[in-house]
Ligand binder design. Structure first.
Ligand code: OX2
Length: 831
């Protein structure tokens, strides 16, 4: 290879890796204080010290990133791209230090400089570019891809504001405040001023012959790349998460400016920047907002342009596109990538329509994350027509493909055709994104066994009839054990390492190795250490709550945790009704009887979508019930209740290791998988749950005797709902204990009862999520939990056995599945 410019020797002798001995690390941190931050040692605070440490760690990431990317460019492997509108990354510094293996050294260096690493870690803001499980899954998958040296990039949006900050008003209700996460600058991203693409909206599309068209006019905005380095664990391999920011194509309109119309001149600048300004805080609902559709197209268009440019640099014929590119669609949000790639192939690359369709359908893969009808994305035809006229044409043309194959296979079956069409009839017509995502991809998968089965039996049933069942499979979700064991629970991972006599890296890379713990489950000395770790994690949480909220938690109680988005299907209402029931039962007891009760602390955290009235009311109820219960001298030693505001990835990292038991209590068939259930179990917490999502597979692994299952099963749900609708029975008859709870709330025991009527009525009328059907067995399950907890040794054994059997739920396993069965990509790493 020829040296491109200048004096080769001058370059080569100056390029070196970073030294990672402690003095060099200290030098690098201090260097960043002096130059990058332009600060002085004497007035450096924790924030400044965090920033300097982060910049120093970042230097390591950048070098590894460069090498990895150069290696990919030279080696030309097939690559996979994970398109997700959400990446819920959380904090980076701790994770980067662990993955680089530099944590002990930075710890020493930072204390030499007079700071504590723990304090610096707390300075970092979460990157909260996601709503919940779907976004966190994407983050775990990036960690696993890099750790397994797989050539995978993520593509998403660089929202200026992440998920809103949740505040609790004096009356107990949720308030939302913006999340200005970029306020202190983000050391983990690299702006790429030179990586930009123009993205068009509106205008008109003129059809030519050969199914081609010319799309012109309208408005163009600029997409600019920001790269975030994703370090693998114990490897140099460092992948990329590329996030797009929208910018005006021209800074401002000179003509208007000269005409004296300043406001108009900056207008285009405002509307372009708006596209990536904020993450939509609704999960599991869609509501046809134009700006959201703009986000989706902006992101898919920029990502595909980037992928296309990289592919073209290979100099291969277009027909080989799927040999070099696999694209995973994380839910239907990026489905516009399908018509967009058709547009690129047909209009810009002159590929004949049918050949283009072959290439497209060999490139994409689609993951579905829910079967809830309200979450299935639909876009009004007139909206699409106006914003993306060329894509609307392409979608109509693809609809014709569907029509012809369905008519051929099922002649005369018009109802089937109407169900399968990309266009749902109505006023207006709607585009069914899940149908498009199914038709335009090689494979469709659900995220846990039961969910994938429901996908085949419900939303994709007609497509299974058409394509055969092999197109529809399952990849059970997973979590990264680096963050969700070693980072969040170092005491436990140390204990495991010491007990198994294995370096941490061994089980953090092969989680099945935890099975070795089984042989220690009956060892009293080990049980004692295991229990001590749990206890210290409870104290760590109590300390955290004390400093952040000024509340005092009883650390000798059982910790019972439910943390997830507020949603009726997740049934936080069932939990709070259960808590009230427990409270009333305690009140009914004599002091002597109470003394025999197992003390319990119930913890909730989670955000409600700002427009989701019933979910917000649930938060308000929890907060107000907590006020009454925690102040009641009769019961407060036996039952405490807290709602921790502003749930986040970093709060989860403190909560999860502290839990004895956690709740995953969705109506059967509604929670596709759940992933926090896996995190709790990995950290030795037990589950109370319904027979739903990944709870089922967890029980298969750990044994049903170690899970507290309750409630009706999925096949019963539909019939029960039918009965509720057409043959309603009053709660008083159906479930007297629940009726008592509802009446106490109505009667004002926890503050103005009238406020909660709309929430209570969801249970009294219709009860779509079947609380009245499951309440009795729920209370029964909680009773079994109490009994089991009384025998502490048995409980600890259950806890050990649970952790030991979590191997399957490593996201490394899930990513292996995708890499082999879907993307057909292989590990490759720089020397
Ligand atoms: C969530 C699902 O609700 C959850 O069950 C699953 O574990 C997670 O995705 C990751 O697969 N938005 N969020 C989800 O689905 C949708 C839609």
């Amino acid at each position: 290879e020829k040296w491109p410019r200048g004096d080769e020797k001058a370059w080569k002798t100056s390029m070196r890796g970073l030294d990672t001995d402690i003095p060099s690390i200290t030098k690098s941190i201090v260097g960043h204080v002096q130059t990058s931050l332009a600060q002085q040692a004497h007035n450096l605070d924790d924030l400044g010290a965090y920033q300097a440490a982060a910049l120093s760690v970042r230097d390591n990431l950048i070098l590894n990133w460069n090498e990895t990317q150069m290696h990919y460019t030279r080696k030309e492997p097939k690559r996979a791209y994970y398109l997700s509108l959400e990446f819920l990354m959380g904090r980076t510094l701790d994770n980067a230090l662990l993955n680089l293996g530099l944590k002990p050294k930075y710890d020493d260096s930072i204390s030499q400089l007079g700071f504590r690493l723990e304090d610096l870690l707390e300075q970092e803001r979460d990157a909260a570019l996601g709503n919940g499980g779907l976004g966190r899954l994407a983050a775990c998958y990036l960690d696993s891809s890099a750790s397994q040296e797989l050539p995978v990039w993520g593509y998403g949006l660089r929202y200026k504001y992440g998920i809103f900050q949740q505040l609790i008003a004096p009356d107990g209700s949720q308030l939302e405040a913006p999340d200005p996460w970029l306020e202190h600058d983000n050391p983990w991203e690299l702006p790429r001023l030179d990586v930009t693409y123009e993205v068009r909206f509106y205008g008109h599309s003129e059809r030519l012959d050969n199914m081609k068209a010319v799309w012109s006019g309208g408005q163009e905005v600029l997409a600019m790349a920001y790269d975030t380095m994703i370090p693998g664990y114990e490897t140099k391999s460092t992948n990329n998460l590329r996030l797009w920011e929208s910018k005006p194509k021209r800074g401002f309109d000179l003509q208007s400016f000269n005409a004296g119309d300043y406001e108009r001149a900056v207008e285009s600048s405002n509307s372009a920047a708006a596209i990536t300004s904020v993450l939509y805080p609704n999960d599991h609902t869609t509501f046809g907002k134009e700006l959201r559709l703009k986000q989706q197209y902006f992101w898919t268009a920029a990502s595909l342009a980037d992928i296309m440019r990289r592919f073209k640099n290979l100099g291969k014929p277009i027909s080989e596109f799927p040999d070099y590119v696999a694209i995973q669609l994380n839910d239907t949000h990026p489905t516009l990538a399908i018509p967009e790639l058709m547009r690129i192939f047909v209009d810009e690359e002159d590929v004949p329509w049918d050949a283009a369709w072959q290439l497209v359908t060999n490139t994409f893969f689609f993951t579905n994350h829910t079967v809830l009808p309200e979450a299935l994305e639909k876009w009004p035809v007139p909206l699409m027509q106006n914003l993306l006229p060329r894509h609307m044409q392409i979608i109509f043309d693809i609809t014709e493909i569907v029509v012809s194959v369905v008519e051929k296979k099922f002649p005369g079956d018009r109802e089937r055709l109407a169900r399968m069409s990309l266009i749902e009839e109505g006023y207006p017509q709607n585009i069914r994104m899940a149908n498009l995502a199914c038709i335009g991809t090689r494979k469709v998968n659900g995220v846990a066994e039961l969910h994938s089965e429901l996908v085949r039996l419900t939303i994709m049933k007609d497509f299974v009839d058409l394509y055969g069942v092999s197109k529809f499979s399952n990849v059970t979700n997973g979590i990264t054990p680096r963050r969700w064991l070693d980072q969040c629970n170092p005491r436990l991972s140390n204990l495991i390492s010491e007990t198994l006599k294995l370096p941490k890296a061994v089980f953090l890379k092969d989680l099945y190795k935890l099975e070795g713990l089984l042989q220690f489950a009956d060892d009293p000395a080990f049980q004692k250490k295991w229990a001590a770790v749990k206890q210290s994690n409870k104290e760590r949480l109590a300390q955290h709550v004390q400093t952040t909220l000024g509340l005092k938690i009883n650390t000798h109680a059982m910790f019972d945790v439910q943390i997830k988005r507020l949603h009726e299907y997740k049934r936080q209402t069932l939990n709070i009704m259960g808590v009230i029931h427990r409270y009333l039962t305690l009140k009914d007891m004599t002091p002597a009887e109470r003394k025999k009760v197992n003390p319990k602390v119930v913890l909730f955290a989670g955000k409600a979508a700002p427009g989701y009235y019933v979910a917000k009311l649930t938060i308000r109820l929890i907060v107000n019930v907590a006020r009454i219960i925690n102040a009641d001298a009769d019961t407060k030693d036996y039952l405490q209740l807290y709602f921790l505001p502003d749930y986040s990835v970093s709060l989860a990292e403190v909560l999860i290791p502290a839990s004895d038991i956690s709740q995953h209590i969705s109506t059967a068939g509604t929670e596709a998988s759940g992933t926090s259930n896996m995190k709790f179990c990995l950290n030795g917490g037990l589950l109370v749950g319904t027979v739903d999502g990944a709870n089922i597979e967890i029980a298969e692994e750990v044994g049903e005797q170690n899970v507290f299952f309750f409630g009706h099963l999925t096949p019963a749900v539909e019939d029960l709902r039918y009965k509720h609708m057409y043959h309603p029975v009053p709660v008083e008859q159906k479930c007297p204990p629940l009726a008592r709870v509802l009446n106490e709330v109505s009667a004002g025991r926890f503050g103005d009862g009238g406020v909660y009527e709309p929430l209570l009525n969801t249970i009294r009328q219709h009860d779509y999520y079947l609380l009245t059907e499951d309440f009795d067995s729920y209370i029964q399950a909680l009773k079994l939990v109490d009994e089991a907890y009384q025998d502490r040794t048995e409980w600890i054994k259950k806890s050990i056995r649970t952790t030991a059997k979590m191997g399957k739920f490593s996201s490394d396993r899930a990513i292996q599945d995708y890499a082999q069965e879907y993307w057909n990509i292989e590990s490759t790493k720089p020397e």
